[in-house]
Ligand binder design. Sequence first.
Ligand code: ZN
Length: 298
Amino acid sequence: MRRQFVTQREYYAFRLQYRNGEGHTIFQAGKALQHFCIDAYSSIELNRVAFLRYHQPQLRAEVYQGLQDVMAWGDLDGDKMGHIVLPGTYIGSPRYMQQLYHDAMAVVEFFGNPDLFITFTYKPMVVSRVFHIKLSTLIDDIKKNYYFGKTIATEIPDPQQDPVGYEAVCKFILHGPCGEANSNAPCMRDKKKRANGKCSKQFPKDFNSATTFDKFGNVVYRRSNTGVEVQKGSMTLDNRHVVPYNRNLLVRMQAHINVEVCHKGKLIKYLLKYVTKGPDRSLVIVENANASQNNPEM
Ligand SMILES: [Zn+2]
């Protein structure tokens, strides 16, 4: 049966397509376009939350039959019976995160431990469709074209022997400038972590003639002092500033792709952290200043 209405999300998704014969003003609007997208999504989300709020009786009946419910926050606590339940279909809700966690665990149970840990980042100006194409290509490269042998590198290629690799590494995978040369860098925010002269991502790393393990079992990649240097702003970067990468992948994708050896145990937790950590949130308490004076126990 044909629907008579579209959802709010579908409406905006329709509006955000580039079509010949239609005005393209919004797509040329730069930051205003991003603002529009955020406003539109906030509005969609507000309506979704409102729907959930006013359909709690229907949602609960379904939700309380599920096993995940036992795990979800607060449900065993009698005091909280009046709270609003966000179902697992709501992105970012505790139940959503629980489901992701269980899915991830099921994947590990079936396939065993992961082998590689790859982070693929792109600048925001790249259209999501382009990113999606690159991501699919990346997955194909890994599964069908076997890009990975012993090919994780943490050194800058020689500009004479491999100019293409050198250029890609300089452009996409060096960490910095940070430290004293750029104290505004995001990795410099937490001052406590800077006691050893390194930023929060532990750069610059030390030079290292061979790949080894440290006392915690973490991989310490080879970073020999080859003398190859790159000038970024006022800072000279060398092999101590290279984020682990795969040369062919970097050249092919022209994006920041961090590749790490995923050696059992601990890294699974780290991998799952990305799946389950959820959105940033803050806890705010509003108190009556006079109340605590009258009653010191409060
Ligand atoms: Zn840094």
